[in-house]
Design a protein around this ligand. Structure first.
Ligand SMILES: O=C(O)CCC(=O)C(=O)O
Ligand SMILES: [Fe+2]
Length: 222
């Protein structure tokens, strides 16, 4: 199935999910589902992130040490809570679960952020040949907020002029590709600096084909 057909399948499924709404974001296809994760799931995931977190990495070096200052870790897909969450995501996303990367957990303390970036890959970058072999282009991003942040920490799309406030359990989904299946520059987004409190999220990125990372790639991917 190509990325255009896959996006149609996502849309069809989303139109049947109670409570899911389309975010009016000019130029980006984006959806929010409130209370997607239960409080217990959020707290269990936060504990897993706290156990595993280490300074976040980037796939492409930006030369800016402040570009992504959070801590993150891949979540163990065999852990019962992670398995349950994976199942929930698979039920709502209607993309081939094999195309989904390992869920990544992320924690931002006061002042930490993820500066504006695209989740899709730039095929001109040195990382691309390996990523092309390992499932190809990134398509959709599914992000879940595990807590409310006292101040700051919004997920902002500066080109689409949308700012999503973290709310515990909410699912935010967007398509990183446009209607033709090409990388969508308007999907530029950032994790705004946390001003007060702490922010925990989990992210699942999808590929156009089944994700087949080498063991090394699985641990170095951002
Ligand atoms: O933390 C956020 O709000 C954004 C995270 C993000 O962009 C990502 O994980 O790709
Ligand atoms: Fe991102």
């Amino acid at each position: 199935m190509g990325v255009i057909e896959a996006a149609e399948a996502v849309r069809r499924r989303f139109s049947t999910v109670p409570g899911l709404f389309k975010v009016p974001a000019p130029g980006v296809e984006m959806y929010v589902l409130r209370d997607f994760l239960a409080d217990k799931e959020c707290s269990a995931l936060i504990a897993l992130i706290d156990e595993g977190r280490e300074p976040s990495r980037l796939l492409a070096h930006t030369g800016d040490p402040e570009f992504r200052t959070s801590e993150s870790c891949n979540l163990d897909p065999t852990h019962p809570v992670v398995r349950a969450v994976e199942k929930k995501i698979a039920q709502v996303m209607s993309l081939d679960p094999a195309c989904g990367e390992t869920i990544q957990g992320q924690r931002y303390a006061v002042g930490q952020q993820f500066k504006p970036h695209h989740d899709f890959f730039f095929t001109t970058e040195a990382y691309w040949p390996e990523q092309e072999r390992n499932g190809g282009q990134r398509t959709w991003t599914a992000m879940m907020f595990l807590n409310a942040v006292e101040d700051g920490g919004q997920t902002q799309f500066p080109e689409a002029k949308v700012r999503i406030t973290p709310r515990k359990g909410n699912l935010l989904v967007w398509n990183n590709l446009d209607e033709h299946g090409a990388p969508n520059m308007t999907s530029l987004h950032q994790g705004m600096p946390v001003i007060a409190g702490v922010k925990y999220v989990i992210t699942k990125w999808y590929r156009e084909r089944p994700w087949t990372p080498s063991l090394a790639a699985a641990t170095t991917l951002y």
